[in-house]
Design a protein around this ligand. Structure first.
Ligand code: AMP
Ligand code: GLY
Length: 443
């Protein structure tokens, strides 16, 4: 029997709850903590860390005092702020990239220049901190064009502009009105690419890497990809858009040069590298890098991988990734986000949530992950955010996974519950098309 290890999860969204459930499925006995965590993580046995802790230095002191074996960081902000360096100074194992490597998400201008230096395929771009120069550039290039705040803008910093007016307005809002504060004091203006997107997750330990099943997010609020962008309304994995051949191309043209370039530039990558890829007519190109797992893609990816997740996260943090064994089950996982009415705009909080236990039933292939939830004064679970829950279900076929996920969704209710009805529909259509193509080939 392994000895009991202690783990701290930093974050409190669906992604972090999915990490907790994956860790619980491992054989390794664990004592789990979360900061700040959520009621779902607490239900699963995580102890929520004292809310009076207000800085990463204070959290590192708490970790040191409580001799936590491994800290796993979910969101980007702590990584960009340098949590990894603070914990390492105390000699504590932590999963995630250092501050410099986290710049690939925290500083888009840096990421684009890095890609250019190493010949990694991405949209053509220019960087500006002056409104007149930026405006002159978009007038020269014409619409459509994409305007992005260079810094962290909570997923709202990229504006895909169909007209010149939209582009000049976006430039004005970022460089003049500073709607994203300092994050928008530099803008990246880039060519608009056309194609379907996929999320490629790569685990890396500074020396070797492993690619997780590729997933696909659903960014728009409405069915058929309509309405405003959100943090993500659902995901599924594996994504049939990226077949073996395309994945090999992504690995050769994007993943290997990215990890090698980071090594050469003195910031070898540790943790999870999220490569947002657009599959264009001229091949796969990088839309963005993120320095952490995606949400809700993680909720669709982790349930498909059988391994000792504690060992895997620890191996990444300590440079032993190549020694870890895992098994990816040949199944599909579909994850549906349940949001508050009004999201991604204004929404109300405090609505009673019912049916979570019924949704999970006693099924081993359905999980409900908490995100924007809280306990009211009577200890009942209520809504407390835009994205409230993610429901994930996995099965042998994509159509069964979709059916199971929506059956579980049907058991959950709260006032104003909003969700997309077409999560993984694009994937199912492609699976069908690929099968037809296969049968034509084998006839
Ligand atoms: P980002 O914040 O860079 O991830 O961008 C958010 C979303 O905007 C992406 O997932 C894409 O759907 C879209 N997007 C960003 N950059 C481009 C681009 N150069 N061409 C087309 N769409 C883009
Ligand atoms: N789902 C997109 C992201 O995590 O950035």
């Amino acid at each position: 029997m392994d000895y009991m290890s202690s783990v701290l999860i930093v974050g409190g969204g669906g992604r972090e709850h999915a990490m907790v459930k994956a860790l619980l499925r491992s054989d390794h006995p664990l004592c789990m903590y979360a900061y700040p965590g959520n009621p779902g993580m607490q239900n699963d046995g995580c102890t929520l860390v004292d809310g009076t802790i207000k800085s990463w230095n204070e959290l590192a002191e708490w970790v040191d005092k409580n001799e936590i074996d491994l800290t796993i960081v979910g969101p980007e902000a702590p990584l960009v702020e340098g949590i990894v360096e603070i914990f390492k100074k105390k000699g504590r194992a932590i999963f995630g990239p250092g501050k410099k490597a986290a710049q690939i998400e925290g500083n888009k201008a840096f990421a684009k220049k890095f890609m250019k230096k190493y010949g990694i395929p991405t949209a053509a771009f220019s960087v500006f901190d002056n409104k007149d120069a930026a405006t002159a550039y978009v007038k020269k290039m014409g619409a459509p064009i994409v305007v992005k705040a260079s810094g962290l803008a909570a997923g709202k910093g990229a504006v895909v502009c169909e007209t010149l007016k939209e582009a000049t307005d976006a430039i004005g809002s970022m460089l003049d009105a500073r709607v994203f504060g300092e994050a928008g004091s530099t803008v990246v203006i880039e060519e608009k690419m056309t194609g379907e997107e996929a999320s490629v997750f790569v685990l890396a330990d500074g020396k070797s890497y492993k690619i997780l099943p590729v997933s696909q997010d659903h960014k728009r609020i409405g069915d058929q990809d309509t309405g405003p962008n959100t943090g993500g309304m659902g995901a599924y994995a594996p994504c049939p858009l990226v077949d073996k051949k395309l994945l090999a191309q992504i690995e050769e043209e994007i993943i290997v040069p990215t990890l090698d370039g980071m090594k050469k530039d003195g910031f070898p990558y540790h943790g999870l590298l999220y490569v947002g890829v657009m599959v264009t007519e001229s091949g796969p190109r990088v839309v963005e890098y993120n320095c952490r797992f995606g949400d809700p893609e993680t909720q669709a990816v982790l349930p498909l991988v059988d391994c000792d997740w504690y060992e895997l996260f620890l191996a990444c943090a300590t440079g032993r990734l190549s020694s870890v064994k895992w098994h990816v089950r040949p199944e599909y996982c579909v994850s549906v986000v349940l949001a508050s009415k009004g999201y991604p705009g204004k929404y109300e909080k405090g609505k009673l949530i019912g049916g979570i236990e019924k949704a999970e039933g006693h099924k081993s292939n359905v999980d409900v992950y908490h995100a924007g939830t809280a306990l009211n004064k009577d200890g009942q679970i209520v809504t407390n955010g835009g994205r409230v829950l993610t429901v994930s279900a996995w099965a042998d076929s994509i159509s069964d996974a979709i059916t199971e996920a929506y059956e579980a969704v049907g058991a959950i209710h709260f006032d104003g519950m909003t969700y997309r009805k077409d999560i993984a529909a694009k994937g199912m259509a492609r699976v069908k098309k690929n099968k037809e193509a296969e049968s034509v080939r084998t006839k």
